[in-house]
Structure formats: C-alpha cells, structure tokens
Design a protein. Structure first.
Length: 162
C-alpha cells in the first residue's frame, strides 16, 4: 500500500527500470543541452542478440514510458514464447518549466528521461517466435513509440518466411 491507500501492483521489471532511473539522478550534471539529431546511427545499427529487430528510420526522442509501453506490448503478444532485448536506455534528462511561467528565470527543473534515437538504431530485438508473430509483435511495439520504425531480420538468419 502506498500513502494514498492504493495497492500498487508492479512487475519486478518495472521496479528494476525505476531503480535504474533513480540511480541516474546521481549523474554529474542534472541538466543537459537539447542537442541535435543529425546523421545516422553508427553503433547499435545491426540485430546482434535476437533474430528480429525494430529499427528506427527517423530521428527522435523515446521516453522511458514509451519504452516500457512497447516492452509490455511485445511481451504480451509473444506470451511466454520468446525473449526480448531492449537496446536503448533513457539516459538524457528532459527539463520543463511550470505552466503559466514567464520567460526567463533560467532553465526548468528535470521532468523525465529520454533515449536519443538516430535513424538506423535497433531499439528492440526478439527471438524464439515465428516470423509472423515477431512481425505482429514489433508492429504493436512500434505503435507505442513516437519514432517511425521498420521490422528487420538478422543478416544470414534462417527463417521460414523471412
């Protein structure tokens, strides 16, 4: 039970993700520049662990909530059939100023965390399911993420309908 008397049911995976994000609050700098998302992903652009992947085709930011929603959609669709790898991690703090605040007075306080994604970056990987189930699961995950993406198969992989 939490302070408001609600029963909080959380998965161990969610607790692990929250622990990692809380751990990031001990970073050296709390606020970071916005940055530019130019160019293609030079690292993490191939399917390395699983058989199928979800590759970004446009640049953008993916929040920790979007990553978790995509993970839940993937695992629910494949049930107990396969294994999922999350290849991105939200390590960039995002700041936000309060509503109805005048301009100036410095940068806002940290509000959440995002992962910076460049085109070509493999965000999720999947293994242990048929190509049809893998394609459908990745489509469900792609709908939860605000970045256009495509389904990819590992090079040299032996699939029935790949």
């Amino acid at each position: 039970m939490d302070l408001q008397g609600r029963d909080r049911r959380r998965s161990p995976r969610q607790d692990l993700l929250d622990w990692r994000l809380r751990r990031l609050q001990g970073v050296k700098f709390r606020k970071r520049f916005k940055g530019r998302t130019k160019g293609l992903a030079t690292r993490g652009n191939e399917v390395s662990f699983g058989l199928y992947g979800l590759k970004a085709i446009e640049p953008g930011w993916v929040s920790n909530k979007q990553i978790e929603a995509a993970r839940v959609a993937l695992t629910r669709h494949i049930k107990r059939g396969g294994k999922v790898w999350i290849r991105i991690f939200p390590d960039k703090p995002i700041t936000k100023k309060p509503a109805e605040t005048r301009m100036g007075k410095g940068k806002g306080s940290p509000e959440g965390w995002v992962a910076v994604v460049k085109p070509g970056r493999v965000m999720f990987e999947l293994e242990g399911v048929t190509p049809e189930i893998g394609r459908k699961a990745m489509a469900l995950a792609a709908a939860k993420i605000g970045v256009k993406s495509k389904f990819v198969v590992r090079e040299g992989a032996q699939t029935d309908a790949g």
